[in-house]
Design a protein around this ligand. Structure first.
Ligand code: ACO
Length: 332
C-alpha cells in the first residue's frame, strides 16, 4: 500500500484585540520605541483580555482552520497543541480545545518544544499520517506569554505577545504536501531561556513567587548567536531532504522572534526580502503561535499560491529548532 502524503488543507489564526504599543511600554519600563524597533523590529504586540487564555485562542484558530478545510470537528483523529503556556498542568490544552470544538473522536495531546513547537507538531502530524494512525489532524500553536513575562524586566517584556494559529493536516494522494521536517535540540544550552517555577522541581510557593521563578528569563544576545546558524542550517537540511535547492523556494515563513534574526537567516539562505514573510512588527514573538499566524496572514495577503514551495524555520527555548518544507497544494 502506498504511504499517504500529509497535506495542509486549512489554516487560521486568532490574536487578541488589545494592542500594547512601544509607546505604552515606554510608560511602563525604561525603554524607548527606537531601542525596541532597532533591536527587534517590533512596534506593537497583542495581549489577552482577562477572560481569554491559550485555550480560548487555540479554539478560535482551530475553528477557523476547520472551516477553511471544510472538515467537521468530529472528523478529527488527533488534536496536537504546541504550547509552553497551557491553561493548566492538567487537563492538557488539547483536552480543553477538544471539548470546546466538540471533536469527540480525536486523540489529544500537547507538545512542548517552545518556539519550535509548531514545526515539531507538523512533523508529528506527517508521521502519524504516514503510519496510517490518523487521517485528519489539527495542529495548533498557541501561547499566552504575557502571563509569564516579568513586566519590570525591560530585556524580555518588550519582545513577546499573545496569539494562536492552526492548520488542518490531512492524508492525501495529492501530496507530497509536508515534504520534509528537520528537528534539532540542545539541552546543554537550556539555561539561555527558562521559566524555572511551577514545575515539579520548583512547585509554586510563596517563596517561588517572591523570587520571581514563574517568569521568563532570557540571555537574549546569546540566544541570538545560536539562533541564526541553527535556523539556517535546519532550513538548508529540510530543503535538501525535500529534494530541492534554495532557488526553488518561493517563501520563507520563519518564527518571528526578532527581525534581525530573520534578516540574518534570510541572508545566509540567499533569499531576498520578497521571498521572506514577516509580521513581527505587529505581534512580537508569539512563540509556537508565530509561524501559523504568519502563514495565515501570508495567505490572506496573497503571498502564497498553489504550487509554491514554502520553508518554515524556528528556534526556541530548550534549546529547540527545526525546519519544514511544504509544497502548497491548497487554493487560497
Ligand atoms: N530598552 C532599552 N534598553 C534595553 C532594553 C530595552 N527594552 N533591553 C535591554 N536593554 C539594554 C541592556 O541593558 C544593554 O545595556 P548595557 O549595554 O548598558 O548593559 C543594552 O540594551 C544591550 O543589550 P543586549 O541584550 O546586548 O541587546 P541586543 O542587541 O542583543 O538585543 C535582544 C537584545 C532584542 C533580546 C536580542 O538579543 C534578541 O532578540 N535575542 C534573541 C532573542 C530570541 O530570539 N528569543 C526568542 C527565541 S526563543 C523564543 O522565541 C521563546
Amino acid at each position: 500500500m502506498q504511504t499517504p502524503d500529509a497535506v495542509i488543507t486549512g489554516w487560521g489564526h486568532y490574536v487578541p484585540e488589545r494592542v500594547l504599543t512601544n509607546a505604552d511600554l515606554e510608560r511602563m519600563v525604561g525603554t524607548t520605541n527606537e531601542w525596541i524597533v532597532e533591536r527587534s523590529g517590533i512596534r506593537e504586540r497583542r495581549i489577552v483580555a482577562d477572560d481569554e487564555s491559550t485555550c480560548s485562542m487555540a479554539a478560535a484558530a482551530g475553528r477557523a482552520a476547520l472551516a477553511r478545510a471544510r472538515v467537521s470537528a468530529t472528523d478529527l483523529d488527533v488534536i496536537v497543541i504546541a504550547t509552553t503556556t497551557p491553561d493548566y498542568l492538567l487537563p492538557t490544552a488539547a483536552a480543553v480545545v477538544q471539548h470546546e470544538l466538540g471533536a469527540t473522536n480525536a486523540g489529544i495531546f500537547d507538545l512542548g518544544a517552545a518556539c519550535a513547537g509548531f514545526i515539531y507538531g507538523l512533523a508529528v502530524a506527517r508521521g502519524l499520517i504516514a503510519a496510517a494512525s490518523a487521517r485528519r489532524i489539527l495542529v495548533v500553536g498557541a501561547e499566552t506569554i504575557s502571563r509569564y513575562v516579568d513586566w519590570t524586566d525591560r530585556s524580555t517584556c518588550v519582545l513577546f505577545g499573545d496569539g494562536a494559529g492552526a492548520v488542518v493536516v490531512e492524508a492525501s494522494a495529492e501530496g507530497p504536501g509536508i515534504a520534509s521536517a528537520v528537528l534539532r535540540g540542545d539541552g546543554g544550552k537550556s539555561e539561555l531561556l527558562t521559566v524555572k517555577g511551577g514545575g515539579s522541581k520548583h512547585p509554586p510557593t510563596l517563596e517561588s513567587v517572591r523570587d520571581k521563578l514563574h517568569h521568563i528569563r532570557m540571555q537574549g544576545s546569546e540566544v541570538f548567536k545560536v539562533a541564526v546558524p541553527s535556523m539556517a542550517a535546519a532550513a538548508e537540511e529540510a530543503i535538501a531532504q525535500a529534494g530541492l535547492r534554495l532557488r526553488d523556494i518561493d517563501l520563507l515563513v520563519p518564527h518571528q522572534a526578532n527581525l534581525r534574526i530573520i534578516e540574518a537567516v534570510a541572508k545566509r539562505l540567499r533569499l531576498d526580502a520578497s521571498r521572506v514573510f514577516t509580521n513581527i512588527e505587529h505581534y512580537g514573538n508569539t512563540s509556537a503561535a508565530s509561524i501559523p499566524i504568519a502563514l495565515s496572514e501570508a495567505i490572506a495577503q496573497g503571498r502564497v499560491h498553489r504550487g509554491d514551495r514554502l520553508v518554515f524555520a524556528a528556534f526556541g527555548g530548550g534549546m529547540t529548532w527545526g525546519a519544514a518544507v511544504v509544497n502548497w497544494t491548497a487554493a487560497p
